[in-house]
Design a protein around this ligand. Structure first.
Ligand SMILES: CC[C@@H](C(=O)O)C(=O)SCCNC(=O)CCNC(=O)[C@H](O)C(C)(C)COP(=O)(O)OP(=O)(O)OC[C@H]1O[C@@H](n2cnc3c(N)ncnc32)[C@H](O)[C@@H]1OP(=O)(O)O
Ligand SMILES: [Co+2]
Length: 134
């Protein structure tokens, strides 16, 4: 795995949280994207080399809606950049980690993604991200 690609933060109200993070980071949101397959709206910020992904729920059964109900707003996942997501998925599966999708799926910001169950990672939801090259 390479560097941390982004940190995902679950928020209740995207507009309010976008303004808050613009103030906090002193940087404007550079991209907003609906990912209907995950039931989320996303907003991205860059701070130095790092990337923050705000996530709000668009449907009641979205993972973000469930997380907000259970834990409230806060850090939802940590995403790692990978060179080859299939190789990395095979490696993690062989090591006994539980993958939440069998095939890479389309994420936000031009990425293929796969999630690793938090039960096997000390309670942290991990996302693998591979950039989709043109
Ligand atoms: C926009 C696309 C993409 C990107 O490009 O960046 C994204 O980031 S999308 C982000 C949203 N999508 C996902 O989170 C997909 C993967 N998540 C899941 O499949 C599920 O959320 C889950 C992790 C399997 C949990 O689902 P479920 O079992 O239905 O939820 P429960 O509410 O019943 O919780 C069970 C258990 O898991 C703990 N949990 C849930 N979410 C998290 C989390 N984010 N981090 C840590 N732990 C989490 C929850 O607390 C429960 O634990 P116990 O109480 O100990 O049973
Ligand atoms: Co993410």
């Amino acid at each position: 795995m390479n560097k941390i690609e982004h940190i995902g933060i679950a928020v209740k109200n995207m507009d309010i949280s976008c303004s808050l993070y613009e103030q906090l980071l002193g940087a404007a949101c550079y991209k907003k994207e609906l990912v209907a397959s995950e039931g989320v709206n996303t907003a991205f910020f860059k701070t130095g080399q790092n990337k923050i992904e705000l996530l709000s729920a668009t449907v009641a059964d979205s993972p973000i809606a469930k997380f907000l109900e259970r834990k409230g707003e806060g850090i939802h996942h940590i995403a790692f950049d990978v060179e080859d997501i299939v190789v990395e998925m095979d490696r993690l599966k062989a090591a006994g980690f539980v993958l939440l999708n069998e095939q890479p799926k389309r994420g936000a910001d031009n990425k293929l993604v796969c999630f690793v169950h938090p039960k096997g990672t000390n309670g942290v939801l991990v996302e693998l991200c591979q950039e989709i090259k043109a």
